[in-house]
Structures are given as structure tokens and as C-alpha cells.
Design a protein around this ligand. Sequence first.
Ligand SMILES: Cc1cc2nc3c(=O)[nH]c(=O)nc-3n(C[C@H](O)[C@H](O)[C@H](O)COP(=O)(O)OP(=O)(O)OC[C@H]3O[C@@H](n4cnc5c(N)ncnc54)[C@H](O)[C@@H]3O)c2cc1C
Length: 341
Amino acid sequence: MQFLEQIPLASYTTFGIGGPARWFAEAQTEDDLIEAIGFARERDIPLFILGGGSNLLVSDTGFPGLVIRIALKGIDQNASQFSVAAGEDWDKFVSFAVDQNYGGIECLAGIPGSVGGTPVQNVGAYGQEVAQTVHSVRVLDLQTMRFLELSAAECGFAYRRSIFNNSQRGRYIVTRVTYEFKKDAVAVVSYADLKRYFQDKSAVPTLSEVSSAVRQIRQQKGMYIVPGDPDCRSAGSFFKNPVISRTHFAQIAANFDGFQVPNYPAENDQVKLPAAWLLDQAGFHKGFALGRAGISSKHTLALINRGGACAADIAALRDAIVAKVVEKFAIQLEPEPVWVE
Ligand SMILES: Cc1cc2nc3c(=O)[nH]c(=O)nc-3n(C[C@H](O)[C@H](O)[C@H](O)COP(=O)(O)OP(=O)(O)OC[C@H]3O[C@@H](n4cnc5c(N)ncnc54)[C@H](O)[C@@H]3O)c2cc1C
């Protein structure tokens, strides 16, 4: 296994931003992982696990320890169960399952990144999230240096959350994910965009039609990575949709007398608001620019690198948005991408 020094991280991220990793190694097997961790522990340096780099904002000073890029490959299929190595490309795997007419992740087509990244924030889109199909997750426990299989229940999935990015952050490295799908399932068409897409079609759309519709819709929003499209130099949605109390929501709604404030029911009788709506109301519209950082011209929620931006440029825009939304709505927006430094 090779341990490289001072490797710029920008090209490993979809933002195209980030300083160097002091040390950098690619793990192609579980044994590589053990070796890499030994290397970091001997030197007493921090570890960072890199998947597809699609949910990261790497600081301009880079990372002072060892970045391990997860490059484990392989798909084992047993009837409707697919055990997939963490380094496999997620969108290619979606096609692999959909091409065999297995349903469960057709709406998650077009999300960039690795398979190992999907349970971390319980990726979701267009009416599905991986929590619905994850059977178990194989991990290396850094506390005991043992490999173990966590059941879906043990992963603690919730909206954009799991134990991996929450209570047990930094403890586990995902090496495989096992998904359980349904053969010949009826495709999920629950989101308004998808319903609109198929409104003139009389027959029920197939899984493959739904996944390609999702990719097309995502592309129109700059949420499907197309080389050369500047709106794609992002980490997808930059802010989570905030969840607030009913009382807080009533206060906001009262200020919008006569206008409908978009909202959805959330856990524990709370209310979820679309972060994109809050940004718009706070004056941050599609195409907004602040120096080399900006907002996608196709999607209000995607902060982008307009060309040559550094992490500080994106952070300045993030801070300006957060401050304005606090001032206007008393809501503290939470960024979705992981800040690496
Ligand atoms: C254009 C665009 C559209 C997007 N659309 C969506 C969307 O619709 N829905 C959605 O949920 N997300 C979306 N995202 C965000 C992102 O694609 C997902 O969160 C993705 O799953 C991240 O995976 P990754 O491999 O790129 O992880 P990375 O960005 O490399 O890492 C993200 C976090 O996961 C950790 N991690 C990664 N791999 C492992 C592993 N094997 N073991 C332990 N920890 C690991 C990292 O340490 C880091 O903390 C979008 C991003 C972009 C750029």
C-alpha cells in the first residue's frame, strides 16, 4: 500500500475545492484499511475517510493527517439481496439493480458518491431514502479494530442522519452495504416533479423509466453531475430542511398573512420547512453571487464554486445566508456537507 504525501484534495471533491492531505492512501481491501490505520496510529495523526467527495467542503489548509480513500470494489448478489463494497459508484449500482428490475432505489438515481457514503447521511431523494432498503452495514469498528455487521435498526436512520454522522461519528468505517430489494416492484412516483413528468403517460412507468426521469429532472436542477456544467460544482443541497416546533411555525405563518408558507409534517409533531424557500425569502436567489462563490442558477439550495473559489469563499456565503435566515426567521440552518480541516 502506498502512502503519498501532500496530495491536493480539490480534485477528489465535487466542489473542486480543498487544500492538501498531509498523507493520502487508497484502500482496496479490508486488509489495506487495517494497514492504513496502523500507519496513522504509529504517527498519532488524525484519520479522514473519503468516499466520492460529493458531500464535503475541504478547508483551504487541507487535512493534517491521513486521508483514506475507500476503493473497495465488488457486488455479491443473492436473489434480491445485494452486498456491495463501499467503494462502488452509487449511481452505477442503481442502474445495476434497476436493469434487473429490482425496485427500492430507482428514485435515488443520479446521486453522486460511493455506496459507502449512502448510509452515512441516509441519502434520500424523490420519495425514497436508503434506510428503506438497507438490510445491514459491514463496518470496521475503530474502537475494537473488529469487523462487524450492523443491522439497519442499529444504524439509527432518520432524515439525513445515522449513527455514522451523529452519535458514533468517526467510530466506524463502512466496508460493505447489503440492500434488500423487491423484484418487479412498482416504481415509486410520489413526488410532484415525477408525477408531472409522467402525467401524459397512461401506463404505470417502469423502474427504469422512473430512474431515467429522475436523472433528467436532476440534470435540469444541476443536481446530476454533467462535466462542464458550472452549476454542478457543488455538494448538492447545502442546507438541511430545518425542523421547528408548531408554535414557532405559527409565528412565522402569522408574518406571512394570507400567503401559504410551505411546510411538511415532521417527527414528534414538529414542522419541516423547505430550506430553499427560506433562502429565497432571505434574498438569496438562484444565480446569486458573492465573489467566486454563488448559488446555482438552477437550484436555490446548491452553493457552487463559480470558478477558482476557495473554501473560505463558500464559507463566507454560507455564513451570510445563515445570519440572514436567523435574523428573519430565528431559524439556525444546518449545513449538510461535512467540513474537513
Ligand atoms: C450534485 C449533487 C447532488 C446531490 N444530491 C443528493 C441527494 O439528492 N440526496 C442526498 O441525500 N445527497 C445528495 N448529495 C450529497 C452526496 O452525494 C451524498 O451524501 C453521498 O452519499 C456522499 O457520498 P460520498 O461517497 O461522496 O461521501 P463523501 O463526500 O466522500 O463523504 C461524506 C461523509 O461520509 C463519510 N464517509 C464516506 N464514505 C465512508 C465510509 N465508507 N465509511 C465511513 N464514512 C464514510 C466521510 O468521512 C464524510 O464524513 C448530492 C451531492 C451532489 C454533489
